[in-house]
Design a protein around this ligand. Sequence first.
Ligand code: ATP
Length: 307
Amino acid sequence: MNSTVLEIKNVKKNFKGNEVLKDVNITLKQGFIYALLGANGAGKSTLLKIVTGLLNSDGGKVTIQDINIADNPVAAQKLFSFSSQNSTVDGVLTGYENLHLIAKLRHERNPRKVAESLLEKFDLTEAKDKAVSNYSGGMRRRLDLAMSLVGNPEIIFLDEPTTGLDPKSRQDLWDTIKEMKLQGKTIFLTTQYLEEADYLADQIGFLREGKIVASGTPDEMKRIAGADKLLLVFNRNEDTDIALKLLESYSPEKKDNCEISIDLTEDITTTLNVLNALTTENIELKTFKMITPTLDDVFMTLTRGRK
Ligand SMILES: Nc1ncnc2c1ncn2[C@@H]1O[C@H](COP(=O)(O)OP(=O)(O)OP(=O)(O)O)[C@@H](O)[C@H]1O
């Protein structure tokens, strides 16, 4: 079984009476990807700063591999890297120089080799002698990630790693993050993009009003927004009305003139039974589709405060 590498217990933080974090609890296991979601201003960056020792909390405890970050920040900081929202790379230096410098600062035995191998791994070898100010946004973020791997940290904290990237660069970065996980790294990221959390995360936590109000796997989280639905679309309004009566036992909901939605809470045969009933009664369907809630639906449900 994977061991716990990060434990956030009852963490609190207020800024001049503004209680941003009231009681945050998160446990993260080795080799997992955790995505912290929350609306703007929910306190995601504040939590990351506390967890990485950049900010003191007003209560609670953060341990990284059993080391309390508040008591022993130097020892804890050897176990992780933190890539903040603002890129930490130096635009004047080349990609190679940035990596070489950080490898030296982190006392790598062979900083040159570390820099070269990370440039290759992050597909930056060709651009290694260009000043970073000439890099695209995607290349800069890849360099950020490469920098975060110097020193071989156990846990990697990423604050909104793909904000501002185009879809192709985002996908490339997602692939890189997944590869980091395959190599055994534990990753804790914050994101505004629900599809990012859905694609990457093993565990998602939703921060609202200073607490994690919901957490689980992406699929578990989607259940919060309700059941899968079967949407039936008819050609004629009359057919819709007949179908509404026929399917009464499934509690159908009329969505539009020619549309009916049915919650698929019962069992997996519901869809077949509904379609059979319509065929038997010769009610012509234009089309039908299954609708699974997305994390966007969850986000809307939770930010509206229904949970
Ligand atoms: N140093 C500070 N002094 C006073 N208030 C602060 C400070 N840092 C953050 N805050 C406040 O704490 C709240 C949470 O901010 P934080 O940046 O952690 O949110 P966030 O969830 O990361 O938001 P975003 O998604 O917009 O980055 C905000 O109301 C912010 O104004």
